[in-house]
Write a protein that binds this ligand. Structure first.
Ligand SMILES: Nc1ncnc2c1ncn2[C@@H]1O[C@H](COP(=O)(O)OP(=O)(O)O)[C@@H](O)[C@H]1O
Ligand SMILES: [Mg+2]
Length: 262
C-alpha cells in the first residue's frame, strides 16, 4: 500500500509568461509534501518562469496556483513568505549589506509585528550560516564575496526563513564541486529529516537524478516527461528534451541513472 500523499503546491491549468509573451501555456503540476522535485529542461524552456509563478513572484496569465489546497491569492504576502521560501536565479545585492544582515532578512516574515521587541533569533541565524559554511564570512560585505560565497548567502537567507516549502532556481550555480555536493546533501537532509518540500531547477541532470525523487522535464513550456529519475533520465527523453544522444548507465555509487553524452 502506498502511503497517503498531500499536495502542498500545485499549478492548475497554469499559464505563465512575461508581458505579452506566454511561456507556459497550460500546466498541471502537483507537488507532494516531503519530496524533492527537480525541474530540468533546456535554456529558455520556462523553468524559471514556472517556478516564479508558483512562488507568486510573477502573476499567472491563466489558471491558478494552489498553496496547501487553496488559491495562493487568498493568502497575504506574509503568510506566503512563512510557508514558502524562494531563491531566485538572480538576486540584487543590497549595497553595503553584510552576509549576516542579508541572512537576517530571511527572518522578517517569521517575526511578526513585535519584531523590534524580540530577542534576535540567533540560533536560527547561526544554523543557516553554519549549514552554508558562512560563519567565518558573516561580517563580510556581500559585494566583497566571490560568486559562490554570495550564492551561499542567498541560500542561507532562504533557509533562515524556515519555511516548509523551498523553491530554488539553479542553487548550485557558481558553486565549486565540493559546495555543490554539500548543498545537494543539505537539500536532501532538509527533506528527509525535516519533511521540507523542495522544488528546484537544476542543470546537472546526473545531480538531479541523484538527489531528487522526481524529475519534471520541460521543453517549450510543456512537460515532456515527469516521474522518478529512472523514468525520465532515459535516452529517448534526453533526445526529445535536450537534443542529446546519450547513454544511460547506473551511477556506480547509488545505482540511479547516470547519463553520458555520445
Ligand atoms: N523578464 C522577462 N521578460 C520577458 N521575457 C522573459 C523574461 N524572463 C524570461 N523571459 C523569456 O521567457 C522564456 C523562458 O525563460 P525562463 O523561464 O527564464 O527559462 P529557463 O529558466 O528554462 O531558462 C525565454 O524565452 C525568455 O527569453
Ligand atoms: Mg532559468
Amino acid at each position: 500500500m502506498t502511503p497517503p500523499t498531500t499536495t502542498v503546491l500545485a499549478g492548475d491549468g497554469l499559464a505563465a509568461g512575461h508581458g505579452r509573451t506566454t511561456v507556459v501555456p497550460a500546466l498541471d503540476l502537483a507537488v507532494e509534501a516531503g519530496t524533492v522535485t527537480a525541474l530540468v529542461g533546456p535554456n529558455g524552456s520556462g523553468k524559471s518562469t514556472l517556478l516564479m509563478t508558483l512562488a507568486r513572484v510573477l502573476p499567472p496569465r491563466g489558471g491558478r496556483v494552489l498553496l496547501d489546497g487553496e488559491p495562493i491569492t487568498a493568502r497575504s504576502s506574509v503568510e506566503v513568505a512563512r510557508r514558502l521560501g524562494v531563491l531566485p536565479q538572480t538576486a540584487v545585492v543590497p549595497a553595503g549589506a553584510t552576509v549576516r544582515e542579508v541572512v537576517e532578512q530571511g527572518r522578517y516574515p517569521q517575526l511578526g509585528p513585535w519584531a523590534m521587541m524580540r530577542r534576535r533569533d540567533d540560533s536560527v541565524m547561526e544554523r543557516a550560516l553554519r549549514l552554508t559554511g558562512l560563519l567565518d564570512l558573516a561580517d563580510r560585505r556581500l559585494d566583497s564575496l566571490s560568486g559562490g560565497e554570495r550564492q551561499r548567502a542567498w541560500i542561507a537567507m532562504t533557509l533562515a526563513q524556515q519555511t516548509g516549502i523551498l523553491l530554488l532556481d539553479e542553487p548550485t550555480t557558481y558553486l565549486d564541486v565540493r559546495h555543490q555536493i554539500d548543498l545537494m546533501r543539505l537539500v536532501r537532509g532538509l527533506c528527509d529529516e525535516h519533511g521540507i518540500t523542495v522544488v528546484m531547477v537544476l542543470h546537472d541532470l546526473n545531480q538531479a537524478a541523484r538527489y531528487a525523487d522526481r524529475l519534471v522535464a520541460l521543453r517549450d513550456g510543456t512537460v515532456r516527461a515527469d516521474g522518478p529519475p529512472t523514468a525520465v533520465l532515459t535516452p529517448p527523453v534526453l533526445r526529445e528534451v535536450f537534443d542529446v544522444d546519450a547513454v544511460v548507465v547506473p551511477d556506480p555509487v547509488t545505482g540511479r541513472p547516470w547519463f553520458v553524452a555520445r
